[in-house]
Design a protein around this ligand. Structure first.
Ligand code: GAR
Length: 196
């Protein structure tokens, strides 16, 4: 089975790059058909353009953090027009809710830099350090209406080291992210296959 992916991101796009690399190496049977961002200057758009992938900007002007309903509907239309089956949030920093969820029920994934359900929200690695826990990690999960609350698809932990800083922890978490996002997509493909 082959999966058509749409990616939403606000940042550098290293997770998208990891997914692309897995596709290129023939270890993930998928295609990225469109990459959308709420930040016109985001590096993720540049990386996608360089690869000849269709890109677009999600217009959330006037809203600092919110993902307005109208913008969600437009996003859904663009994703559907590009033939997207599964949506991957990859560093997308706005909360996805209905109406977008209704267009892709159980088909939107997110990667979050913590061992969910611990530390939802922004800068989760800093939250973990501040809380003094001994383990951090990252999670790929299905998106529901909550903030980082949907069912978990894949998760991996790592120990917090002596002398760890926010930057060092985030960098180590991101290394794992780049491995587990493609892994989670492979798992989804396998599970979908066995369901048919
Ligand atoms: C990643 O570390 C991801 O976990 C985080 O944003 C970064 C995006 O990096 N996402 C969140 O914090 C979502 N709550 P990237 O643009 O290089 O993939």
């Amino acid at each position: 089975m082959h999966m058509v992916l749409g990616i939403l991101g606000s940042g550098s796009g290293s997770n998208m790059q990891a997914i692309l690399d897995a596709i290129d190496s023939g270890t993930l049977n998928a295609r990225i058909s469109i990459v959308l961002s709420d930040c016109p200057d985001a590096l993720i758009l540049e990386r996608a353009r360089k690869r000849g992938i269709e890109t677009g900007v999600i217009d959330c002007s006037g809203f600092r953090n919110k993902f307005p309903d109208e913008a969600q509907r437009e996003t859904a239309q663009r994703l559907l027009a590009a033939g997207v089956e599964v949506v991957c949030l990859a560093g997308f920093l706005r909360l996805v809710k209905r109406p977008l969820l209704d267009f892709f029920p159980n088909k939107i994934l997110n990667i979050h830099p913590s061992l969910l359900p611990a530390f939802p929200g922004l800068e989760a690695w800093k939250q973990a350090l501040d809380a003094g826990v001994t383990e951090a990690g990252c999670t790929v999960h299905f998106v529901d209406e909550g903030m980082d609350t949907g069912p978990i698809l894949l998760q991996e932990s790592l120990p917090i080291l002596a002398g760890e800083t926010a930057d060092s922890l985030h960098a180590r978490i991101q290394c794992i992210e780049r491995r587990i996002y493609p892994d989670a997509l492979r798992k989804l493909l396998r599970e979908n296959l066995s369901a048919h």
